[in-house]
Design a protein around this ligand. Structure first.
Ligand SMILES: Cc1ncc(COP(=O)(O)O)c(C=O)c1O
Length: 386
């Protein structure tokens, strides 16, 4: 069957192909340790599960839900933004709960991009930005992030391009895959850039609580709502990736615009999931500290693994990965990843899947127990001795 034109140039998501290969290797008895995907292995808080259990046992919670989400969840998101990010959001008009933030990326592109419109995409960055822009008929324009510029946009270089067709700019701090935290002035510069050129700045913010004591929102910048949409998620910070709960936060006009698309695509989430998500957002600092204590110990192991591999990296990274530069003896991150996969039965993500600027890097996930990370270290040691 001929697929639609919009799928031209859109491949299967890298991880879905790679996971199939890993499955094949496992069938051959290889027992691969997968340090690729950032899916938290720790559970959500116990009260969250209890809320889901209790609420779903009620007889009157099983109907379709409103397109704008439960007021309880929107209220909890508004309080969460105020408490942690010092950003004021009207729970009735400026918050749209999502079935995960990934769908929000698509909704934004479908809402704003016409054929021929351009969207600035970070290289390296989350691959979904590019595919969503293409699927919506827009043209992705990569902007390169470099280690030398702290993985932040080079605004001078951007100013020199023709920006007349650029409608959106995707940004994401803490940055995935580089783990870079935003520098003090970055968010203000982004808002000013958006205002100057009439570009909607789309900030994807799912990692701000992981290995980071100062969560930050682009919406906390004065005047940001004129040009910013922010996506956020419970997948990483609340250990709820499989629950599919995210949010889109912006001025009322943007929420209404996106809702015109989204309400034709899907319907409201299961109410008990929304109520449990609201509970999750009420967690205090101790919860985030307890999760981060686990990630810190794992990071020590990953540091050891990366040192064994002669990689170079910053220890100031936030988020649930370690991003590292490969040594010159490997042609690319792909070569290192394959060498480790086929010789040590450990899978590490090659940085090149996040864009050409990631070619000489690898990304290691912190979503495996310490014992697994130790086992990876042992396997890599054995391989290196051969
Ligand atoms: C940068 C980035 N944005 C968004 C997402 C999607 O998260 P969600 O589970 O909320 O759809 C991910 C998930 O890996 C991510 O890395």
């Amino acid at each position: 069957m001929q697929t639609a034109k919009r799928l031209e140039g859109i491949g299967e998501y890298y991880f879905s192909t790679k996971l199939r290969e890993i499955e094949e290797l496992n069938k051959q008895g290889k027992n691969i340790i997968n340090l690729g995907i950032g899916s938290p292995d720790l559970p959500p808080q116990p009260e969250v599960i209890k809320t889901l259990q209790e609420e779903s046992a009620k007889p009157n919670v099983h109907a379709y839900q409103g397109y704008k989400g439960s007021p309880v969840l929107r209220g909890a998101i508004s309080s969460w933004y105020k408490t942690w990010y010092r950003a004021e959001l009207n729970p009735d008009t400026e918050i749209l709960p999502l079935i995960g933030s990934k769908e929000g990326i698509m909704h934004i592109c479908m809402t704003y991009l016409n054929e021929g419109d351009e969207a600035l995409i970070p290289n390296p960055g989350y691959p979904t930005y590019t595919s969503a822009v293409k699927l919506a008929g827009g043209t992705p324009i990569p902007y390169v992030l470099t280690e030398g510029n702290h993985w932040e946009p080079d605004f001078e270089a951007l100013e020199q391009r023709d920006l007349s067709k650029v409608k959106l700019m995707w940004v994401n701090y803490p940055q995935m895959p580089t783990g870079q935290l935003p520098s003090a002035g970055l968010f203000k510069k982004l808002v000013a850039f958006g205002k100057k050129h009439g570009i909607l700045i789309c900030h994807d913010n799912p990692y701000s609580f992981i290995l980071n004591d100062a969560p930050a929102s682009l919406l906390a910048v004065e005047g940001a709502k004129e040009v910013v949409i922010e996506l956020n998620s419970l997948s990483k910070s609340q250990n709820m990736a499989g629950w599919r709960v995210g949010m889109l936060c912006a001025a009322k006009e943007r929420i209404d615009e996106v809702l015109r698309f989204k309400s034709n695509m899907d319907s409201g989430m299961f109410l008990p999931v929304q109520l449990a998500a609201a509970k999750a957002l009420m967690a205090g600092k101790e919860w985030y500290d307890s999760v981060n204590a686990v990630y810190r110990q794992r990071r020590d192991k990953v540091v050891h693994l990366l040192q064994l591999l002669d990689c170079r990296f910053s220890t100031e990274q936030a988020g649930m990965f370690m991003w590292a530069k490969i040594p010159a003896k490997y042609k690319s991150g792909y070569a290192l990843s394959d060498a480790i996969l086929y010789n040590a039965a450990v899978f590490i993500t090659p940085g090149g899947i996040f864009g050409s600027a990631g070619d000489d890097y690898i990304r290691v996930s912190l979503c495996s127990a310490e014992a697994k990370l130790q086992e990876s270290i042992d396997r890599v040691k054995t391989f290196l001795k051969q």
